[in-house]
Design a protein around this ligand. Structure first.
Ligand SMILES: Nc1ncnc2c1ncn2[C@@H]1O[C@H](COP(=O)(O)OP(=O)(O)OP(=O)(O)O)[C@@H](O)[C@H]1O
Ligand SMILES: [Mg+2]
Length: 312
């Protein structure tokens, strides 16, 4: 599906920013990927006296197509998700948003019948390059799912640092303590759990569990954070806390969020892509660009119908 493109407008923000938005980096940071490419991508654990924040990264999908068996579900989707910008993916159920998100961190290939075509570039480097390790892509590009999925038998503390073991990162006790506190703080959960770090993660509320999962993702210093409907199982208060957390995190990690909540897309994202799959055809992007323009002055009538709740 070929769609109207607003890509020339990407990064140009012209609507009034609310208080939360004013704290985010896009008001003062270029979205030119060359800026982030100059930084040092330091992965691993910080010593307590150091800060170790990787440079913001740009993620780009180029002509991404996907199949489950013989059935094609995405057709040549191209989208740039600029450094430091929160990009929302919207569209009706079944149009391929989650599939696209999973392709962005090499999870699609875990499905036995699944195949794909196209490229995914992290600061210009294809994450599917045969010379790159799968674990590197997963480490650089974290994922938070719709249903909070902390490891149920692990403590809050161990949940946060679980990714270190999975990625083979070594850390001293002091480094782990620092990491747990800093990631829980960034995820907006530290004050609520600091007195019960050794209690099971499964004992937290749904909203707290989701923030624990965000903290767990942050512990391996990802450069991109993919979030697939992270608030759809949460109450409005928890949703608000997660949204505030996202706006804070956008200063150090590029966020891509799938949401069915149009208000949420407008509250948290600066760029937006509208996916659609016409009956019996694979999904694609109809239109993408600055969220304010997508909602306020869409190019395509299908976008207008969707963002105004006339279908989907
Ligand atoms: N594991 C799978 N095996 C076969 N088909 C699948 C699989 N996962 C998804 N699909 C199909 O791929 C298409 C895209 O699904 P996807 O989950 O990406 O949609 P979505 O836009 O995320 O929908 P929703 O908003 O409901 O989450 C759908 O037709 C779906 O049935
Ligand atoms: Mg989905």
């Amino acid at each position: 599906m070929q769609g109207a493109s607003r890509s020339s407008l990407v990064g140009r923000l012209h609507a009034p920013m609310n208080q939360l938005r004013a704290r985010a980096p896009w008001s003062r940071r270029s979205v030119d990927s060359s800026e982030s490419a100059r930084g040092v991508a330091a992965a691993g654990v910080s010593a307590p006296e150091q800060t170790n924040i990787p440079a913001l990264a740009t993620l780009e999908g180029r002509n991404v197509s996907a199949w489950f068996g013989e059935r094609q579900v995405l057709d040549r989707v191209s989208l740039t998700m600029p450094a430091g910008v929160i990009t929302s993916l919207i569209g009706p159920s079944g149009c391929g948003k989650s599939t696209f998100l999973r392709i962005l961190n090499r999870m699609h290939e875990l499905v036995p019948s699944a195949s794909l075509a196209g490229e995914v570039l992290l600061d210009g480097e294809d994450i599917y390059n045969a010379e790159r390790k799968l674990v590197d892509a997963r480490k650089s590009i974290g994922m938070v799912f719709q249903k909070p999925n902390p490891f149920p038998s692990m403590s809050i503390y161990d949940n946060v640092i679980a990714g270190l073991t999975l990625t083979g990162t070594r850390a001293s006790s002091a480094e782990k303590d620092y990491l747990v506190e800093s990631c829980l703080t960034k995820a907006g959960l530290w004050k609520e759990v600091r007195d019960r770090l050794r209690s099971p993660g499964s004992g937290l509320s749904g909203g707290q569990q989701q923030r624990l999962c965000i903290a767990r993702s942050l512990a391996v210093t990802p450069r991109i954070l993919l979030m697939d409907e992270p608030c759809s199982a949460l109450d409005p208060t928890s949703t608000r806390v997660i949204e505030e957390t996202m706006l804070e995190l956008a200063q150090e990690v590029t966020i891509v969020i799938v949401t069915h909540n149009m208000q949420q897309a407008q509250r948290v994202s600066q760029n937006c892509a509208f996916f659609l799959a016409a009956q019996g055809t694979p999904g694609g992007i109809v239109e993408h660009g600055p969220t304010d323009a997508m909602f306020g002055d869409p190019i395509d009538s299908r976008t207008a119908d969707y963002v105004n709740g006339r279908f989907g």
